[in-house]
Design a protein around this ligand. Structure first.
Ligand code: FE2
Length: 457
């Protein structure tokens, strides 16, 4: 293969081999202070029992873990073996996704059961590790083996869904999350996950339309739900007609519904109708004098949903990192791009989450939507790790070295088309443009993952 015809890994891949922790080949020199484990997950089973899984969001999660320490690295790869996955293994056929037969889809719809695929992110809470997806509850995972321990409602607190984007607020020593329940109208549960003590449901808000809500905004005073007008077509979804992206209709006339929930007085939520837009991710958010601010990976509409995990990528607008603000006194909404680069998967140093920041790390599209490098934005200035044409990076995960915003190691899963293998690239956040200080290699191409987490040792 020549580098001029990059094949690029997509989410439309099934993992080739699962394995326990084994030694990985290290290229370069691993930093001595990089000690801990990187956990990632993503849709990694795109075919089961000879049937393709139509959309990446329906695929079972494949987790990877890479332990760093002493200049060495060990890696493990395992499938999220949820209850639904095990039932399918037993039955010898798909039971829950749109790859299932009409009869099995009907059974799943009548029973109200689904499969918690854990295919979107890994999350840590109170020393436990979970694989998350947005449609159902957490799946607990053993951090030392990646074995699936089972599904949990966090002590009876999660009635149905727990999104894949919990955000941790250091000033409140708690994470916050939400989950959407679809029905005649949509109920959105908001959760508090404190460092100590039980999980709690903060409140539940209702929205007239069932919509996809992927992430939300967490500031030190308010939780802000932005319900974009990607409305669920209930009959299609219930019967599993078509692939998952066709279950949602872009309805710009409905606008984006903003619901601002005061953390300390959650029953006094404020509602606003904003112009229609779509966003996948929140980089950071803050609250100043009655104005909520947030950096969002902003899109004009939800067309990008159809392109996720598809080799037939439809035309969709490129992402852009927008700085947004909502004045809670007047409802005034503003947003503007922070940079012209197409950017998504934004992250800030964890110590500044929930308050204003200067530095953001993110994944940036370079020559094509599949040619992805890593960017650091310092206010308006961009510093890039420009990967080669045969390489494709993914979301950056930050490992703080100190409280300085750019003083981090940046870990990203990279696929190299030349050798058809994946590696974790380790970059110095202060010298991104120097390229990786080290790479640790899997012996196979890993399906591209969405999100990950770092557990220090
Ligand atoms: Fe996400």
């Amino acid at each position: 293969m020549t580098a001029s015809v990059p094949r690029h890994l997509s989410l439309n891949q099934t993992v080739q081999r699962t394995h326990a922790f084994e030694t990985m080949r290290v290229e370069g020199t691993l930093p001595p202070d990089l000690c801990g484990t990187l956990f990632r997950t993503g849709p990694g089973v795109r075919e089961r029992f000879g049937r393709p899984i139509p959309h990446a969001f329906e695929a079972d999660g494949v987790m990877s873990a890479v332990r760093f320490g002493g200049g060495e690295a060990q890696g493990a790869v395992q499938i999220v073996r949820s209850q639904g996955y095990l039932e399918e293994e037993q039955a010898g056929r798909p039971l829950y996704s749109t790859a299932a037969s009409w009869l099995d889809r009907g059974r799943a719809a009548v029973s109200g059961r689904g499969k918690a695929t854990g295919n979107t992110t890994m999350w840590q809470w109170q020393g436990q590790l979970f694989a998350l997806m947005e449609g159902l509850g957490p799946v607990q995972i053993a951090a030392d083996t990646l074995d699936t321990l089972g599904e949990t409602d966090l002590g009876g607190v999660v009635p149905q869904a727990f999104s894949a984007h919990p955000h941790y607020l250091p000033q409140r020593k708690a994470a916050f999350n939400f989950g959407c329940r679809y029905g005649r109208e949509m109920q959105i549960d908001l959760f508090v996950l404190p460092d100590a003590g039980p999980a709690q449901r903060l409140t539940t808000v209702t929205v007239e339309h069932n919509s996809m809500v992927h992430d939300f905004v967490v500031t030190d005073t308010h939780l802000l739900l932005l319900v974009c007008p990607a409305q669920l077509q209930s009959v299609r979804a219930l019967l599993g007609i078509g692939s998952l992206d066709t279950w949602f209709r872009w309805a710009p006339e409905a606008g984006t519904i903003a619901i601002a929930v005061p953390i300390d007085d959650p029953d006094r939520a404020q509602r606003f109708t904003l112009p229609p837009f779509w966003f996948w991710h929140t980089g950071n958010a803050w609250s100043e004098d009655g104005v909520l601010g947030a950096d969002l990976s902003w899109y004009p509409d939800s067309a990008s949903l159809a392109g996720i995990g598809s080799d037939d990528r439809p035309t969709a607008a490129a992402p852009a990192l927008h700085r947004c603000s909502l004045d809670l006194r007047t409802g005034h909404w503003e947003h503007h791009p922070l940079h012209s680069l197409p950017i998504d998967f934004p992250h800030v140093h964890p110590s500044v989450f929930g308050r204003p920041h200067r530095t953001t790390f993110a994944a940036a599209q370079l020559s094509t939507p599949e040619h992805i490098g890593i960017v650091r934005l310092d206010d308006g200035d961009a510093t890039l790790w420009t990967v080669e044409a045969h390489e494709q990076a993914s979301e950056p995960v930050l490992v703080p070295r100190s409280d300085a915003e750019d003083d981090v190691w940046v870990l990203t899963l990279v696929h190299d088309d030349r050798v058809d293998r994946s590696c974790i690239a380790v970059l110095d956040g202060q010298h991104l443009d120097h390229g990786p200080v080290a790479r640790v290699w899997f012996d196979q191409p890993l399906p591209l993952t969405f999100h990950g987490t770092w557990k220090p040792s």
